[in-house]
Design a binder for this molecule. Structure first.
Ligand code: ADP
Ligand code: ADP
Length: 225
């Protein structure tokens, strides 16, 4: 069974179709990158996976269940956004704990999980600060911690490194790769950066104007004769 199955997936905004008959199976533990220029539909597909956007047609299954029957909070999905989307008035600790608190997980268990994920991401020292007191890279780590703590079945990343300077971008890219080696969580990662795609992906989905241009391993996509 695929972690994610898209069949003939379509998205329209009014009269404009922005995703055309999108077909893709994502296997368990796979790291798939959607690569393509701005406006090609990468985020729209990601947001449909997350349940942040209705699907206009076709079939989408997550963990073997059709999303029409699956409310967003039951999809086992956690998403990391380009602009981090942290709560500015909350501490780092409360930002990370937010999802578990909402699920009414007991405080002691939340504390333990916050310690685990902040340890993994090197955030122990920042737990009592506000996001605005952190660098971009640290804020993105908080966003990843907030996603990780939910132990999702699927991670979605929407251009997570685009707001970082080149050095941090490189550093965080390596951290995301390591995280995937450790957790093996199925991941769909959106970027317009070819280098990110080549170094992170098991498989790249090359998108253009809302359609798949090519699907393959980084070698297959970039080392064609
Ligand atoms: P990408 O993530 O590849 O940059 P998007 O998925 O954001 O592309 O956008 C795909 C297309 O859909 C673009 O042409 C964009 O203008 C359009 N689009 C995205 N969101 C909306 C919206 N809410 N209403 C109308 N058009 C939209
Ligand atoms: P609740 O939402 O359960 O009422 P709060 O978020 O109001 O808890 O927490 C109150 C204060 O305690 C906040 O300033 C918060 O930063 C801090 N805090 C929250 N969780 C912890 C924790 N696990 N350990 C220490 N301080 C915490």
């Amino acid at each position: 069974m695929s972690a994610i199955r898209c069949h003939n997936l379509i998205k329209r905004y009014g009269d404009t179709q922005v995703v055309h008959a999108f077909d893709l199976d994502v296997a368990d533990n796979e790291f798939v990158v959607f690569l393509g220029p701005s406006g090609c539909g990468k985020s729209t597909i990601l947001r449909m996976l997350a349940g942040l956007e209705d699907i206009s047609g076709g079939d989408l299954q997550i963990g073997g269940r059709r999303v029409n029957e699956l409310p967003p909070q039951e999809r086992g999905i956690a998403m990391v956004f380009q602009n981090y989307a942290l709560y500015p008035h909350m501490t780092v600790r409360d930002n990370i704990a937010f999802g578990l608190k909402r699920q009414k997980v007991p405080r002691a268990e939340i504390d333990l999980r916050v310690r685990e994920v902040s340890d993994t991401l090197g955030l122990e020292r920042y737990l009592d600060r506000k996001p605005t007191e952190l660098s971009g890279g640290q804020q993105q780590r908080v966003a990843i911690a907030r996603a990780m703590i939910k132990t999702p079945k699927v991670f979605l990343f929407d251009e997570p490194l685009s707001n970082l300077d080149a050095k941090l971008r490189n550093h965080m890219r390596i951290e995301i790769a390591k995280l995937h080696q450790t957790l093996k969580t199925t991941t769909v990662y959106v970027t317009h950066d070819q280098h990110e795609a080549m170094t992170l992906a098991d498989r790249i989905v090359l998108l253009r104007d809302g359609s798949i241009e090519q699907v393959g391993s980084p070698q297959e996509i970039f080392e064609r004769p």
